[in-house]
Design a protein around this ligand. Structure first.
Ligand code: NAD
Length: 361
């Protein structure tokens, strides 16, 4: 792998390789862009097959965080970290404390949080060595982000309905929800309360059936949800479910849900959706409620403020749809452009982040 060439292609400011032989720590912190503020993003623990695979992952994930924070209107940059290891076997206090020292050494340019393979307990070990960590349990902690992700996604779906159907009321709208996990559970509650006709699927059928029973939704087997005869398809399970196979089967007018990386190939599949006249709400925009929640922890957690911010995803999406129509570009291209324009406008004021600001100012 040509390391510097790859880093330049992604546009990163800094990559930090962290090693501690005794505890077994092998971690990489990726700081993509700090023009708007410190780089916030979780630490993923994964059994990568090679160092190159771990580098690719940290570069891709940390760049994604730059766009997500910028469009969400947060004063945060984009960062992410990976720890190379098996999260079921390799976790020790020493490893996470060694990692916490590494985070501390970056001086606040990077603030970490949970991600795939890491938990609140791991954040607490990190916290023994640094304050640059969120998602720590107890008083002042922001807790489970999924209700906030769901709340923002719900308002995002309403924005889509406003543009596509002329009204943001979801009363009577037919909505197919893929996944019955943490985010979907809260989302289904909002949708059912508003009078939508909701179908839910999950590969664990009992989970989906229990959710349906609780809120008056209807169960669909997971191989039938994509082709459901609905107004809105809401992916809330894993990524890449919008692809060559699924797009021709969709019967909806809107794709809007919280799952990360919904489009298997971003531009190709966004174009395929547009060719079928299906509106797409960019995933990293509509699911930013969870990031807003974690971000609030940095300067004193305030639930009411997070809810107001998450509700604002409605107007953020309206401006993305407006720009997409005015410039004749894909919605994902519009959201990327909004992020880049905001970063470029602020960059000359701040430059790179080197101190700790009040991000909620
Ligand atoms: P989760 O693990 O609680 O739920 C995911 C559910 O999807 C599980 O119940 C799983 O069985 C189900 N599933 C997997 N494949 C499926 C398939 N093919 N068909 C139907 N169901 C399937 O995860 P979550 O926290 O609810 O997150 C859901 C999605 O939202 C993920 O893509 C996640 O990255 C994204 N997201 C979550 C948050 C958050 O706050 N939790 C924030 C931003 C983005």
């Amino acid at each position: 792998m040509e390391v510097f060439g790859t880093i330049e292609d992604y546009g990163h400011e800094q990559i930090i390789f962290c090693s501690d032989k005794k505890s077994g720590l092998r971690a990489i912190i990726g700081i993509h862009n700090t023009a708007l503020g410190p780089a916030l993003g979780g630490t993923r623990m994964w059994k990568y097959n090679s160092d190159a695979e771990a580098i690719e992952d940290v570069l891709r994930l940390s760049r994604g965080m730059t766009y997500k924070a910028a469009v969400a209107g947060l004063n945060l940059g984009g960062g992410k970290a990976v720890i190379i290891g098996d999260s079921h076997k390799d976790k020790t206090e020493a490893l996470f404390r060694a990692y916490g020292r590494a985070v501390e050494s970056v001086g606040g340019r990077y603030i970490t949080a949970e991600d795939v393979g890491t938990t609140v307990r791991d954040m607490e070990w990190i916290h023994m060595e640094t304050n640059f960590v969120t998602g720590v349990g107890g008083a002042g902690g922001s807790g489970d982000p999924s209700p906030f992700t769901a709340f923002g996604t719900y308002h995002g779906i309403k924005a889509c309905a406003k543009v596509r159907f002329g009204s943001d009321s979801l009363n009577g709208k037919k909505i197919a929800v893929q996944g019955a996990g943490s985010v979907a559970s809260h989302l289904v509650e909002h949708l059912c309360k508003e009078g939508a006709k909701v179908w839910v699927s999950d590969i664990y059928e009992d989970k989906a059936k229990a959710l349906c029973a609780k809120f008056g939704a209807e169960f669909l087997p997971s191989d039938e949800i994509i082709a459901a005869d609905c107004d809105i398809f809401s992916p809330n399970a894993l990524g890449a479910t919008i692809n060559d196979d699924s797009i021709p089967q969709l019967k909806c007018s809107i794709v809007a849900g919280a799952a990360n990386n919904q489009l298997k190939e971003e531009i190709k599949h966004a174009k395929m959706l547009r060719e079928r006249d299906i509106m797409y709400a960019p995933d990293y925009v509509i699911n930013a409620g969870g990031l807003m929640n974690v971000a609030s922890e940095i300067d004193g957690y305030r639930r009411d403020k997070v809810l107001t911010q998450a509700e604002g995803i409605y107007s953020i999406l309206l401006s993305i749809f407006r720009m997409s129509a005015e410039r004749s570009i894909l919605t994902i291209e519009a959201s990327n452009a909004i992020a880049e324009e905001r970063i470029n406008a602020i960059r000359h004021i701040h430059g790179n982040y080197i101190g700790r600001p009040n991000i909620n100012r």
